[in-house]
Design a binder for this molecule. Structure first.
Ligand code: SF4
Ligand code: SF4
Ligand code: SF4
Length: 345
């Protein structure tokens, strides 16, 4: 550990830290658009400019040095940051009101912080791409008119999911994020995990049919034995979204496509909530007691007639470990070891 000063405050930092991380440690805000705590450093947006030992540097890439003197705010820094954000906004879609990310947008936050004004933007405005929204993915849309080419999605895909479905394509003013062959994302090797969507700082990647939750509840994903921590967004009695629980030691906020987007069954009208028993060729709703008595009677009947090894059970990955334990115990007590689990199939 060694000391440096940031805005006159002495900060203890360790070798390998960046100026951005050292400032964050003492609660000093430095705006950025392409930096994300879960991902490697990119240094493309140039919005995190600070002055270190008299030089303007990008805080996300500048390593700390012993005795370094850093200033994160001055007239010069403000001008540079504002110009960089204006260049990013020059060909950006202007319609915030209909954007899913309105009021929850990193670009709006940073634009407000650096002081972008309508007069200056009027002079800077350039052609906005008329590329249509790619709505081929069943869970999220891609709108290039809102993309700021920060590369967060590319790094998320490569570094978190290890898929590498997207990358920068074309050159100069035409640089964009694309899949191989510039096809719709549905025709790529994208696994729809949504790690890119979760981290996109703008509305360029947005979840389809998105409703803002009125409250959130932490839970465990019920799809498989990994048991990822999830935070469920609820509106009224309806589940409207799921995101990974950042502090959960199992998944650290990451999810697969099922955990993140496969929640429509919860409120689906066809969802079974009561046992059904076929009577006279038709399914009828019955009580749990009646259904369980029926199953127990049948299992006993087969056991008496054909022996315990005529019985077998297949358990579900959607049950908890405790439920799966009880299930195998039930069959073993009935006298058979014929137990399996759908996760093994
Ligand atoms: S992504 Fe662009 S259009 Fe959407 S809210 Fe942010 S600044 Fe506005
Ligand atoms: S789609 Fe989003 S995350 Fe990807 S480069 Fe564009 S703005 Fe950044
Ligand atoms: S949804 Fe997942 S796999 Fe698809 S592009 Fe985004 S990060 Fe990559």
């Amino acid at each position: 550990m060694f000391p440096l000063t940031i805005n006159g405050i002495e900060v203890m930092a360790e070798k390998g830290m960046t100026v951005f991380e050292a400032a964050e440690k003492v609660g000093i805000y430095i705006p950025t658009l392409c930096h994300h705590e879960d991902l490697s450093t990119f240094g493309a947006c140039r919005v995190c400019m600070v002055e270190a030992n008299g030089w303007l540097v990008t805080a996300c890439r500048a390593p700390v040095e012993e005795g370094m003197v850093v200033h994160t705010d001055s007239q010069e820094i403000r001008q540079v940051r504002r110009s960089n954000v204006e260049l990013i906004l020059a060909n950006h879609n202007e319609d915030c009101q209909t954007c899913d990310r309105n009021n929850n947008c990193k670009l709006q936050e940073v634009s407000a912080f650096v002081g972008v004004t309508p007069d200056r933007m009027k002079r800077m405005r350039r052609f906005v791409t008329d590329e249509p929204v790619d709505d081929s993915n069943p869970f999220f849309d891609r709108d290039q008119t809102k993309c700021i080419v920060c590369g967060i999605c590319i790094r998320a895909c490569e570094e978190i999911n290890g898929v590498g479905a997207i990358d920068f394509a074309f050159r100069g003013y035409g640089t964009s994020v694309s899949v191989l062959g510039n096809k719709p994302i549905y025709d790529s090797k994208c696994e729809s995990c949504g790690e890119c969507v979760e981290r996109c700082p703008t509305g360029a990647l947005s979840v389809k049919k998105q409703y803002i939750a009125e409250r959130e509840v932490d839970s465990i994903c019920s799809y498989c034995g990994v048991g990822c921590g999830i935070t469920i967004g609820v509106r009224g009695e309806e589940v409207v979204g799921v995101r990974g629980e950042k502090d959960n030691p199992v998944n650290h906020g990451e999810l697969c496509v099922k955990g993140r987007y496969g929640f429509s069954f919860i409120n689906h009208p066809d969802r079974l909530k009561t046992p059904l028993v076929k009577k006279n060729g038709e399914f009828e709703e019955v009580s749990w007691d009646e259904a369980l008595d029926l199953v127990a009677g049948k299992l006993n009947g087969y056991k008496e007639k054909h022996g315990a090894d005529s019985l077998g059970g297949i358990s579900s990955a959607r049950c908890t470990s405790e439920e799966n334990y009880l299930f195998q115990k039930l069959f073993r007590m009935a006298g058979t070891n014929s137990i399996d689990h759908c996760a093994r199939l």
